[in-house]
Design a protein around this ligand. Structure first.
Ligand code: ADP
Ligand code: MG
Length: 622
């Protein structure tokens, strides 16, 4: 007898065959790659022993530089040296304009859509820049693991929307990397500490990096991490601490406020070094120009405390958004280089009244969690039950008549997920249907975000309400959405992969959520009113058409007049009435008044269909 070896798809049939999988933290300031080696996750260094790769790419006329060498030219070649492009991933030119910030780069002119930067080697997009960073890390990993990679888990901020996630995936594809899954950064940090194997409960992930602060509140239950809320400040990080310290030094050294750029940069460098040294020692010596002095922890704290307070306020706000109390938080995880500062650890511990998890290097913790997840996903740990799921941050749905949002997949649904709903046509003989895909929590589409539009054409003409259009929403494990529509009777079908050309503002998701809570009651009323208005429109249209066609023939003059008056009153109500109950009552009364007319038309239609035919004709057909 021959035995076939059967294995799960995607899993190695040979339990001893180890697959090369990595986790990549594609950061705003720094990026890292990690892998699981002999059961332990480690970050991988380059040949100079450096683990952190500055997320900087410099374009030259004949090639690129990535990382530290590129960073060294940030000052003398600023237009070709691209820094912090993560901020622009999946963003359109309009989004950047909306942020109201002056870009430090030259934009490729005249083209709407994705942002592109003008460099000596041509226009490049944030996706291309990120691909260079990813490629550098993948090559490092391949050199270290001795062969090509089987796949990678790449982390993204929890608040990244569809466009930003898609841009990240595109960058990986461009770099020739197989993406096993995109994983949210706070979830990766929680996994690094093994919280996915631990107790259920609420987890807070405090991430203070170089330029950004993120606070995420997760709930871990039944093997799933659910993002309850995210918050933070996209313009607050270690760089701001450096600026505070630099100002203090300038003040101490009696330097004027109007400093030359070179001196300013030097001051920031000195400030940053002092800040980092003070994480280890109590006092440091400083010297700038011909001034020298000292900075101790006490002064440092007085300088940075206001900024730390700002992060703690954001934490409280985000906990409120998540609907949890500080006491509900069972674990606090520290992420980001700035959390090395003892003062930050102290303050965070005090706020949550518990010691935060900080034993893993806060620079590496996200990459390490991603590596652990990648190891499981390629099948290196058969039998391991760890299956991580993320949830979608905002509901996804469709525009229905009256400008209403019909939610198909609700927010916080775990992904991957697939859901379908049936819709029908509004008009007789309607052969096309516009499908408008939206994201958001509010009832009116004007308060939601438009993701995509497409049309289902070729529906055979049918009476209104007979066509059955089944719209399916599918969100894959990376949070990307596919929408398809199919008319059930005829089988005509069309679909779209939602690849929006622009993204949401960092705080926009949480704002949209808050808005939806704040306006819930008002929205419900507005929704009910819109629904009644659609009802009214339908009745007005039907009745007007019927009166024109059959009114004079079937009705007495008095009856005709009566219905005409009812119709014009309904039109007026439709315009002016703001109470949905009142409008509903009015619609019902007009519908009742026109019932006799409807019955007359029905009888008329039947007798006309029968007239001129002999009964046998009908019998003969059977
Ligand atoms: P990002 O997430 O933005 O890529 P990182 O997590 O790499 O950023 O954090 C970089 C920041 O961490 C910088 O502002 C750096 O000065 C700060 N940092 C690194 N080491 C220390 C330290 N020992 N003490 C205080 N701050 C530090
Ligand atoms: Mg980071």
């Amino acid at each position: 007898m021959v035995l076939l070896q059967i294995s799960e798809p995607g899993r190695s049939p040979d339990p001893h065959h180890h697959r090369r999988a990595v986790g990549i933290d594609l950061g705003t300031t720094n990026s890292l790659v990690a892998t699981v080696r002999s059961g332990s996750p480690v970050t991988l260094a380059n040949d100079r022993g450096e683990h952190l790769l500055p997320s900087v790419v410099r374009y030259l006329s004949g090639g690129v530089e990535v990382g530290k060498t590129a960073l060294e030219h940030a000052v003398d070649d600023p237009l070709n040296t691209l820094i912090s492009v993560k901020r622009y991933m999946g963003r359109g030119v309009e989004d950047i304009a909306r942020l109201g910030k002056q870009l430090p780069y030259e934009l490729a002119a005249g083209k709407p859509g994705m942002v592109r930067f003008r460099t000596v080697s041509g226009d490049v997009s944030p996706v291309q820049v990120s691909a260079e960073i990813l490629r550098t890390l993948a090559e490092r990993a391949e050199a270290s693991l001795g062969g090509s990679l089987d796949g990678a888990v790449i982390t993204v901020p929890a608040y990244f929307d569809d466009a930003q996630r898609q841009a990240t995936k595109d960058a990986a594809m461009l770099a020739g990397i197989k993406v096993l899954r995109l994983l949210s950064e706070p979830t990766a940090a929680a996994v690094a500490y093994g919280l996915d194997q631990g107790d259920e409960g609420v987890i807070a992930v405090y991430d203070l990096g170089g330029g950004t602060f993120d606070i995420s509140v997760l709930r871990f239950s039944r093997g799933i991490f659910e993002v309850l809320a995210t918050g933070g400040d996209s313009a607050l990080g270690g760089d701001d601490l450096d600026r505070c310290i630099a100002e203090w030094i300038a003040d101490q050294a009696g330097l004027s406020t109007d400093l030359a750029p070179a001196l300013q940069r030097n001051l920031l460098r000195v400030a940053c070094r002092a800040k980092e040294q003070l994480s280890e020692s109590d006092e440091v010596a400083l010297s700038v120009e011909d001034w020298s002095g000292r900075l101790d922890r006490e002064i440092l704290y007085s300088l940075v405390d206001p900024l730390i307070d700002k992060t703690l306020r954001a934490c409280r706000r985000t906990l409120r958004d998540a609907g949890v109390e500080t006491a509900d938080v069972v674990n606090v995880v520290l992420v980001g280089g700035s959390t090395r500062m003892p003062r930050i650890r102290q303050q965070v511990a005090a706020m949550f009244a518990r010691e935060p998890l900080a034993s893993i290097d806060p620079d590496r913790v996200v990459a390490i969690g991603a590596a652990r997840q990648a190891d499981v996903l390629v099948g290196n740990k058969p039998g391991d039950e760890m299956l991580l799921l993320d949830v979608i941050p905002l509901s996804l749905g469709l525009e229905t008549m009256g400008g209403l949002m019909e939610k198909i997949i609700h927010r916080n649904t775990t992904i991957p997920v697939s859901k379908a709903q049936e819709f029908t046509t509004f008009r007789d003989g309607q052969t096309a249907m516009a499908i408008h895909v939206l994201q958001g929590e509010r009832e009116l589409i004007s308060n939601c975000r438009s993701l995509a539009r497409f049309e289902l054409r070729g529906i055979p003409p049918m009476t209104a309400g007979v066509a059955k259009v089944r719209v399916s929403f599918q969100v894959d494990a990376d949070g990307l959405l596919n929408v398809s529509a199919r008319e059930v009777n005829s089988g005509v079908e069309t679909g779209i992969q939602v690849k929006p050309s622009y993204g949401l503002d960092d705080g926009e998701i949480s704002r949209m959520l808050q808005d939806s809570f704040a306006h819930a009651r008002e929205d419900m009323k507005l929704r009910a009113l819109k629904e009644q208005q659609v009802e009214a429109d339908r009745l007005i249209e039907d009745l007007a058409a019927a009166l024109t066609r059959d009114g004079e023939r079937l009705l007495s003059e008095a009856e005709y007049h009566c219905l005409e008056v009812a119709l014009s009153e309904l039109r007026k109500y439709r315009q002016d009435c703001e109470d949905y109950r009142e409008l509903q009552r009015h619609i019902e009364s007009v519908a009742n008044a026109s019932e006799t007319f409807a019955a007359l038309r029905m009888d008329d239609a039947v007798s006309r269909a029968l007239s001129g035919h002999r009964l046998e004709e009908f019998e003969g057909r059977q």
